[in-house]
Design a protein around this ligand. Structure first.
Ligand SMILES: *[C@@H]1O[C@H](CO)[C@@H](O)[C@H](O)[C@H]1NC(C)=O
Ligand SMILES: *[C@@H]1O[C@H](CO)[C@@H](O)[C@H](O)[C@H]1NC(C)=O
Ligand SMILES: *[C@@H]1O[C@H](CO)[C@@H](O)[C@H](O)[C@H]1NC(C)=O
Ligand SMILES: *[C@@H]1O[C@H](CO)[C@@H](O)[C@H](O)[C@H]1NC(C)=O
Ligand SMILES: *[C@@H]1O[C@H](CO)[C@@H](O)[C@H](O)[C@H]1NC(C)=O
Ligand SMILES: *[C@@H]1O[C@H](CO)[C@@H](O)[C@H](O)[C@H]1NC(C)=O
Length: 334
């Protein structure tokens, strides 16, 4: 978009001599001046509307390890998107004042935000919990989230690196699958399983173990029409495991570790994989990474992973929402 480009194009041919070309040249100059004087914010919003400069869309991946005390899950449901993506300090207003802030669009809650899909992991008690149904806070809040067509809920189960008694893992999965029946409420349901602590190094025992669990998930009633399986080795596992899951968390580390490991290059080097199978979880993003820096970062991660979670929190990063949560979701919607 530099002013030099049009000159280069015009002058070598000596076109400035003809009257038509003079007109053309004035037009080019006019456009260059226009481009210089239009406030950047207008250009930004035009660009947002007319081309998807953020690259491929990814899903917002949320390890929602937040206890659903009344209101605790609201930051997930009440995501507001500003028309000007980089205006500073946009905190969601309380409902009564929502129309008083002109730079906030109140209609972009998760509920009416079809542009972004959310994959949300819930974890009532290091798994589904000891009982056939989770407590009343969960049974109140889960149906609210599962009602949104752009939200896919997954139940948390740990495997202790494929060493946990597989019968117990299977029992956890079956407990989740039985929720709708147990509660007589079709909305009290998850649509897949998030397997935490899956192995990185290959063994035939582990592969058989993981395949056994995936077969169970895919075959059970009560986990939706297309049960989804996510593995979390937390790092790049042996590639033979990748096909036993729909998505694999190949990175669960800090922002600085992401940078040290060459960022996106780490992902493109994973053998036999492509972005549709990969999930990236990046926490401890410095507060200074905001605005266009955050935009560039989200774009880089979207390019390599279909499921993305980015938080500025550096402790208990799955237990609450960071201050830039709304900005992150804006960028995922862009
Ligand atoms: C729901 O959460 C609130 C707030 O943490 C708590 O006081 C209440 O006991 C919980 N209800 C149940 C049924 O556990
Ligand atoms: C969101 O999910 C819907 C339904 O599963 C799907 O049709 C759509 O392509 C998804 N969009 C994105 C951006 O992933
Ligand atoms: C399911 O549970 C939720 C939360 O308690 C409730 O709002 C909804 O009406 C229930 N649906 C059915 C079909 O019972
Ligand atoms: C695994 O758990 C099942 C069910 O509790 C139990 O019967 C079995 O003995 C356990 N297996 C091992 C190896 O501990
Ligand atoms: C999966 O594991 C269970 C529990 O060990 C076992 O009973 C079952 O036969 C296994 N299924 C397959 C297909 O290997
Ligand atoms: C990417 O992976 C998905 C799921 O395994 C597969 O369906 C798709 O064909 C792959 N795409 C490419 C370009 O390899």
């Amino acid at each position: 978009m530099s002013a030099a480009a049009p000159e280069k194009h015009v002058s070598p041919r000596g076109c400035l001599k003809s009257r038509r070309s003079k007109l053309l040249a004035s037009l080019v100059v006019f456009i260059v001046i226009l481009a210089a004087v239009i406030p950047p914010v207008v250009v930004t919003s035009l660009r947002k509307k007319h081309n998807n400069s953020m690259g491929p869309k990814s899903k917002v991946f949320v390890p929602l390890y937040v206890y659903p005390a009344p209101g605790a899950w609201s930051p997930l449901e009440d995501v507001y998107v500003s028309p000007f993506p980089f205006s500073p300090e946009r905190t969601p207003p309380d409902p009564p004042s929502r129309f008083s802030k002109p730079n906030l669009i109140p209609s972009t809650r998760i509920s009416t935000h079809p542009d972004v899909n959310f994959t949300v992991v819930i974890n009532p008690g290091n798994g589904p919990g000891p009982n056939s149904l989770p407590d009343a806070n969960y049974t109140r809040e889960i149906p609210k989230l599962s009602a949104y067509s752009n939200v896919r809920l997954l139940g948390y189960v740990h495997t202790t690196y494929a060493q946990r008694n597989i019968s117990l893992v299977r029992k956890d999965i079956e407990t989740y699958a039985a929720w709708p029946k147990q509660s007589s409420n079709q909305s009290l349901a998850v649509r897949g399983i998030f397997f935490d602590e899956t192995p990185q190094a290959y063994s035939s025992h582990s592969l058989t173990y993981l395949q056994n669990l995936t077969d169970l998930v895919k075959g059970l009633d009560g986990l939706g029409s297309e049960p989804f399986v996510v593995h979390n080795p937390g790092a790049i596992p042996d590639s033979r495991y990748l096909d036993t899951a729909d998505s694999t968390v190949v990175f669960e580390e800090t922002y600085s570790t992401f940078q040290e490991r060459n960022g996106a290059k780490l992902f493109t080097a994973i053998p036999d994989s492509n972005r549709t199978q990969l999930c990236a979880v990046i926490h401890s993003v410095p507060d200074s990474v905001e605005g266009s820096d955050l935009r560039g970062f989200v774009k880089e991660v979207r390019k390599v992973a279909d499921e993305v979670f980015i938080t500025h929190l550096s402790t208990d990063y799955y237990a609450s929402f960071g201050t830039k949560w709304a900005e992150f979701v804006d960028l995922m919607a862009a």
